[in-house]
Ligand binder design. Structure first.
Ligand SMILES: C[S@@+](CC[C@H](N)C(=O)[O-])C[C@H]1O[C@@H](n2cnc3c(N)ncnc32)[C@H](O)[C@@H]1O
Length: 479
């Protein structure tokens, strides 16, 4: 969020410094004019409120009813930079990937897309940090730059830092012996010359926690992440009710826009998805616990059938029953067959699936049609046909099968049914679903025009130059 301090009063058009507490965008010259403007401003004032609970920390709820596609918020980042876990060479001025490995900022020698990149001298971007980097004499490594940027905010006690540090960093769960701690110490070792004294280990620990727990992946720019004052308060749900996208603002920063994807009632929690929509409940919950330090209890996680998709379900070898977790919210839960008294322990299931995953990874890598056909027939003997592994293999296979293969339409339909249940508004799996719709459109007896139009509509929100946008343009040319 930009810290704008003044504006124009909409009632008298005079200079105004009194800010609306709700949206923090509208200024008034006096309280009386604010009251007078409320009947007009009410409908445009921010549609969210911040709440707090011991379980969720701070979170957002809708402060009025929202319709699909309503803008919930739009803000520029408090801080942004190259992702911590990326090894890409990213320009320190604008965040774009560097085409050449030799181009650098002429002063500090950190990577740049071009020596003339305007971001290199802009004080809102690299301009300010450049002098710190010259003094610090650290070997340039893009994936520590965001930590350095945060340290500069901390050292200068910037108002941006004061907003960032209010976010949860979960340091208590990132102590010694954890991978997070080890990664933090690697970063610390690399940048310690930049730090004032040894106590700074703690601040690097906190900063890495703040980044890992809160930063959102931006696109554009690719391979960058950013922390936002309000958008980062969106809680996680495996059935989220918002989508977001990014645009580079006039200061060269990735501005986020969050929109409703369905009707949202006043008081409903506003959510986004922190993990992967096509992962099984066990994988999603483990990922959330390991990286965001909470256990998800949403409707999808609590349903052993994953909303009827059977994304995790195994086949019982004895009687064609299905084996499901008895309590999907418990990692150690037993799995039971719906037709016989057969039971598997959690670790038996993990071993079994782990072995299958290895086989799938190996064969998928080869992308050979006949091998995929054999693999899928092996998998469907062991797993529900809606299981994640079957869906993944099917998705590769449909792109290799000819249109007249009788299996193709059936596989496409199962994939589409699954993705539409798990992501009914196409906010996470648009590209995946669009590929299946396009393949289905080639099968005889299918309504080609309707399927391709549906794929185009799903892909309308895909970022510029992304594979999703490229597919949309291709399908438009095919229609
Ligand atoms: C991106 S932050 C969200 C803002 C955070 N609540 C705060 O107060 O700074 C992510 C953290 O919020 C909490 N959180 C988000 N979604 C949650 C959920 N569905 N259940 C429990 N905790 C959740 C977790 O502590 C998580 O690590």
């Amino acid at each position: 969020m930009e810290y704008q301090m003044e504006g124009i009063c909409p009632i008298c058009n005079q200079h105004a410094t009194l800010k609306c507490n709700g949206c923090k965008q509208q200024f008034y010259c006096k309280k009386e004019h604010q009251r007078q403007d409320w009947p007009r401003h009410r409908s445009t004032c921010q549609p969210w409120e911040i709440r707090e609970s011991s379980e969720l920390g701070r979170y957002l709820v809708a402060s009025r009813d929202l319709n699909p596609d309503d803008v919930i918020l739009s803000e520029s980042p408090l801080i942004w930079g190259p992702a911590l876990h990326s090894d890409q060479r990213v320009c320190v001025g604008c965040g774009k990937q560097c085409k050449s490995s030799n181009t650098r900022c002429t002063k500090c020698l950190w990577p740049a897309c071009d020596t003339d990149c305007p971001g290199l001298t802009d004080k809102h971007r690299h301009g300010l940090e450049c002098s710190f980097l010259i003094k610090a004499r650290i070997i340039p490594r893009c994936n520590v730059l965001l930590v350095i940027r945060m340290l500069i905010l901390w050292r200068t006690n910037s108002k941006y830092w004061r907003s960032i540090e209010k976010l949860q960093s979960h340091q208590e769960s990132r102590g010694q012996e954890t991978n997070a701690y080890e990664e933090t110490m690697n970063i610390y070792q690399h940048i310690k010359r930049f730090l004032p004294d040894h106590s700074s280990k703690d601040i690097v620990h906190k900063i890495c926690g703040l980044i890992d727990v809160n930063a959102l992946e931006t696109l554009p720019p690719e391979d960058c992440i950013a922390i936002y004052e309000t958008a980062c308060l969106l809680e996680h749900s495996c059935l989220a009710n918002t989508r977001h996208n990014f645009k580079i603002d006039d200061k060269g920063k990735p501005r986020i826009m969050v929109k409703a994807i369905c009707s949202i009632k006043r008081g409903d929690h506003l959510s986004t998805m922190y993990t992967h929509a096509l992962w099984t409940t066990k994988a999603r919950r483990a990922h959330l616990l390991e990286t965001k330090y909470f256990s998800c209890h949403c409707k999808r996680c609590a349903d052993p059938t994953e909303l009827g998709t059977h994304l995790s379900t195994l086949k019982c070898p004895h009687d064609n029953g299905f084996v499901l977790p008895k309590d999907p919210l418990n990692f150690d839960s037993q799995w039971g067959c719906n037709l016989c008294p057969g039971i598997l322990t959690a670790s038996e299931v993990m071993q079994f699936i782990g072995k299958l995953e290895e086989d799938v990874d190996e064969i998928m890598y080869q992308a050979n049609k006949d091998k995929l056909v054999n693999l899928l027939s092996r998998l469907t003997a062991l797993l529900h046909p809606g299981h994640q592994q079957c869906i993944t293999v099917s998705h590769s296979l449909i792109q290799l099968l000819p249109a007249d293969n009788p299996k193709k339409a059936e596989l496409c339909k199962r994939i589409i049914e699954t993705t539409k249940t798990l992501d009914p508004y196409g906010s996470r799996l648009a590209l995946y679903t669009a590929v299946a719709l396009r393949e289905l459109s080639t099968c005889s007896g299918e309504d080609r025009k309707r399927l391709l139009s549906e794929a185009i509509s799903l892909l309308q929100y895909e970022p510029e130059n992304s594979p999703g946008e490229k597919l949309r343009i291709l399908i438009e040319s095919e229609l």
